[in-house]
Design a protein around this ligand. Structure first.
Ligand code: AMP
Ligand code: MG
Length: 342
C-alpha cells in the first residue's frame, strides 16, 4: 500500500504541486492530475514500466489503450505519422480545438511504447486545456499517457476527492485542481481521407466537442460495432461509467415500474414537475443535473458527481430521466446508457 498525498494547485499558486507531480513522473511514478474533462491518471508516455503501473492501479485490462497528452501542437508529429491526405484537416482541428477536449487517433510512430496503445498501430493524442495538466506536461518535457483516474469500468472522477475514493493507497500523489469544467471525457475521432471530399470522422467516443462543432471540417459518422468485432475504444464497451447501484434509464415516465419495498432515487434532468418524473414516485432522494435552466453544459459538469452521490446513498436503484439528445446531450446520453447497461 502506498500513501497517497494530495497537493492543492490553485491558479495563483500551482508551482509546488506542478514540480512535485513532474518529479514523480520523471522518476517513473504515476500521478492523478486535473484535466478540463475528468481527472486523469498520468505516466511518462515513453516509460513502459510507468505506464504498466497505470494499468495496475486502475485494474484496467491491457486491451484498453491510453490517451497521450502533449504540451504543444507540434509534438504530435513526434508521436504520429500524419499522412499528407489528412494533414490539412489535422492542422485545422488542432488549431481549432486544442488545447481542449478533442482526441485524434492517428497512425503511431515506433517511439510510442506498445503498452500505451494496447498493441494498436494507432495512438490517441490530445492537448489538455487545464493549466495544471499543461504545466506538468511542460515541466516533464515528455508526453503524458493518461486515462481517467478511476477503477476500470467505474464512474469517472471530476474532483480530487472522487479520485481519492477510487485510488487511495494505490498512487503516490493526487494534484487537486478543483472541479473539472467540462465534466465528460474527451471526444475521440479517427480520420479517413476521401478523394475530392471532406474527410470522414469516425466518432469513437462522443464528448464535449460535438458533432455540430466537427461538421465544418468533415463528415461525422458514429462507429457501430458488429457482434464479435473488436472494440477500438472502451467508450464502446456496452457497460462502462457504472455505479455499483443498478441504474434504470427511462425513455418516458410511464416506463417506470417500481418494485414493492425498494428504495429508489431519481436523477432528474431539470428537476421540473412538468417533465413528469418528480411526481412518479415517493423518491428517497432527488438530484437534478441542471437545476439552473435545463442547460446541457451544466448537466455534463454535474453528471459524474451526482452519479457518485446517488451511488453512495445505499439505494436499491437509481432511476434516470433522459436528457435531450442534441449537442452535448449525445455524449451525456451515451454515458447514461452505458452506466445503465448490465
Ligand atoms: P479514458 O481516458 O479512461 O477514457 O481512456 C482513454 C480512451 O481513449 C479509451 O476509450 C481508449 O480506448 C481510447 N483510445 C486510446 N487509444 C486509442 C486508439 N489508438 N484507438 C482508439 N481509441 C483509443
Ligand atoms: Mg475512463
Amino acid at each position: 500500500m502506498t500513501e497517497t498525498r494530495i497537493i492543492t494547485a490553485s491558479e495563483d499558486d500551482m508551482k509546488s504541486a506542478v514540480s512535485a507531480a513532474a518529479e514523480l513522473l520523471a522518476a517513473g511514478e504515476i500521478v492523478a492530475l486535473p484535466a478540463e474533462t475528468v481527472y486523469g491518471l498520468g505516466a511518462d508516455a515513453f516509460n513502459a514500466d510507468a505506464v504498466a503501473k497505470v494499468f495496475a492501479a486502475k485494474e484496467r485490462p491491457s486491451f484498453d489503450p491510453l490517451i497521450v497528452h502533449i504540451s504543444r501542437k507540434g509534438e504530435m508529429y513526434d508521436l504520429a505519422k500524419v499522412d499528407d491526405s489528412i494533414k490539412d484537416t489535422v492542422e485545422k482541428l488542432a488549431s481549432t480545438f486544442w488545447p481542449g477536449p478533442l482526441t485524434l487517433v492517428l497512425p503511431k510512430k515506433d517511439v510510442v511504447p506498445d503498452i500505451v496503445t494496447s498493441g494498436l498501430p494507432t495512438v490517441a493524442i490530445r492537448q489538455s486545456a487545464h493549466p495544471v495538466f499543461r504545466a506538468v506536461c511542460k515541466e516533464l518535457g515528455r508526453p503524458i499517457a493518461a486515462p481517467s483516474a478511476n477503477r476500470f469500468g467505474r464512474i469517472s472522477p471530476t474532483s480530487a476527492s472522487a479520485v481519492q475514493k477510487e485510488l487511495d493507497g494505490r498512487i503516490p500523489l493526487i494534484v487537486d485542481g478543483g472541479a473539472c469544467c467540462e465534466g465528460l471525457e474527451s471526444t475521440i475521432i479517427s480520420i479517413e481521407p476521401r478523394e475530392g471530399k471532406k474527410p470522414l470522422f469516425w466518432l469513437l467516443r462522443a464528448g464535449p466537442v460535438t458533432k455540430e462543432m466537427l461538421q465544418p471540417f468533415g463528415r461525422v459518422e458514429k462507429v457501430k460495432l458488429k457482434p464479435g468485432e473488436q472494440i477500438q475504444a472502451p467508450g464502446q464497451l456496452a457497460s462502462h461509467y457504472a455505479p455499483r447501484t443498478p441504474m434504470i434509464l427511462l425513455t418516458k415516465p410511464s416506463d417506470f415500474e417500481p418494485e414493492e419495498g425498494k428504495r429508489y432515487g431519481l436523477l432528474s434532468y431539470r428537476g421540473e414537475e412538468d417533465d413528469g418524473y418528480l411526481d412518479l414516485h415517493d423518491w428517497e432522494m432527488v438530484e437534478s443535473l441542471s437545476p439552473g435552466n435545463g442547460k446541457l453544459a451544466e448537466a455534463a459538469i454535474r453528471l459524474f458527481f451526482l452519479m457518485r452521490l446517488l451511488d453512495e446513498a445505499g439505494l436499491d436503484a437509481i432511476v434516470v430521466e433522459p436528457v435531450s439528445e442534441t449537442g452535448l446531450g449525445v455524449a451525456i446520453m451515451d454515458r447514461l446508457r452505458r452506466a445503465a447497461a448490465k
